[in-house]
Design a protein. Structure first.
Length: 156
């Protein structure tokens, strides 16, 4: 069975940057289960998985445009140091925003803090090593909800 729209695929993957540093991996964990065509993965990953079958092993190189986007300089801003209250703030720290996003601290000054609301992988070419573990038909409930239920998914 091929991975096509409305199929549930289970994959193992390792994600590296262009220098070969591992960014994320399913190694040692359960495979990633997802509903194909529901927008649950980045565009380049879904395109690269289309038509693959159980047992396929391959590499995908995904450009930022089909990954987490290019760096948007308007999302890098200086905010008053007082916005963080009394908590310690260091470069590299990440904070959740009230809108559900994540900001990364880039620079800490005496009066201001430079923060970046871009996804941490914005502007990064993504190199995936992928193995297809399983492909199955999605259940009517999974199709209605737009994501996987049961093993590898969540329960209601």
């Amino acid at each position: 069975m091929q991975i096509t729209k409305d199929k549930v695929a289970s994959i193992h993957y390792t994600l590296r940057d262009n220098e070969g540093t591992i960014i994320d991996s399913s190694d040692g964990r359960d495979p990633l289960h997802y509903l194909h065509g529901a927008g649950n993965l980045i565009m380049g990953m879904e395109e690269g998985l289309e038509g693959k079958v159980k047992g396929d092993k391959f590499d995908l190189k995904i450009s930022p445009a089909k990954g987490y986007g290019e760096v948007d300089s308007s999302l890098i801003q200086k905010v008053p140091r007082t916005a963080f209250g009394d908590q310690e703030v260091k470069s590299g720290m990440q904070f959740s925003t009230n809108q559900g996003g994540v900001i990364t601290v880039k620079e800490v000054g005496l009066e201001s803090v430079t923060v970046d609301a871009n996804h941490p992988l914005a502007g990064v070419e993504l190199n995936f090593a992928v193995e297809i573990m399983e492909v199955r038909n999605a259940t009517p409930e999974e199709l209605a909800h737009g994501h996987v239920h049961g093993p590898g998914g969540h329960h209601h």
